[in-house]
Design a binder for this molecule. Structure first.
Ligand code: URA
Length: 207
């Protein structure tokens, strides 16, 4: 696959046509962001919910508000980071995405990664974590950094919705975000120092 999209919008418009995700049939529209992050931070959630489905943008509902709060607590705004999802379409009744749905959106997410060139990938919750650190358990891994064959570090986080369902988790989540900030301070400011050549990444991610 050649990476020749000029903008993220072009990339998303291409994959919105060229994907076989079964969720397309029931969703209102695909959900994505179109502005690369100035901070080099890429968050990856699970799947859009109702509000996201209606607005076409990720994390605009209650979980998104809590994500904004967590970001604010470490000095970032939503505009400075990039947020994506393992699947780009809302599953009916907000059920969890199935393996075949995650697989159908895999190339789309890989292409996004290559375009965004993040300094760090932050999977939010177990679906996104499983995509980058297979077999990892979110309860044991949140707040920790992992190596990834692409050379882009992975920093595991609970999904913001977990803090809404279980407020006891909120304080720990704030600590994890502080940990992310410290971890970012140890990384080069520019992603190109971290990323290997895109051809190599394509292989590693098996596009
Ligand atoms: N939860 C997710 O995982 N993604 C969204 O975009 C919104 C809520």
């Amino acid at each position: 696959m050649k990476i020749n999209f000029k903008t993220l919008k072009d990339l998303h418009e291409y994959y919105a046509v060229h994907n076989r995700c079964g969720l397309k049939k029931t969703a209102t529209q695909p959900v994505y962001e179109i502005v690369p992050p100035s901070s080099g931070i890429l968050f990856i959630g699970e799947a859009p919910g109702r509000n996201e489905d209606l607005q076409g943008r990720p994390f605009v509902g209650a979980a998104g508000k809590f994500l904004d709060e967590l970001l604010q607590s470490i000095g970032y705004t939503r505009e400075e980071v990039y947020v994506s999802n393992v699947v780009k379409y809302r599953p009916p009744d907000n059920r969890e995405p199935k393996d075949e749905e995650k697989d159908a959106c895999r190339v789309w997410l890989n292409a996004e990664l290559l375009f965004v060139k993040p300094r760090v990938i932050v999977p939010l919750g177990r679906h996104a974590l499983g995509r980058f650190v297979p077999g990892a358990n979110i309860t044991a891994s949140h707040g920790q950094a992992f190596d990834h064959p692409t050379g882009i570090p992975i920093f595991a986080m609970y999904h913001p919705a977990a803090g809404l369902y279980n407020p006891n988790l909120k304080e720990g989540m704030k600590k994890d975000f502080k940990g992310l900030k410290k971890f970012l301070d140890t990384l080069p400011k520019k992603s190109k120092n971290i990323l290997r050549k895109s051809e190599e990444i394509e292989n590693l991610l098996k596009l």
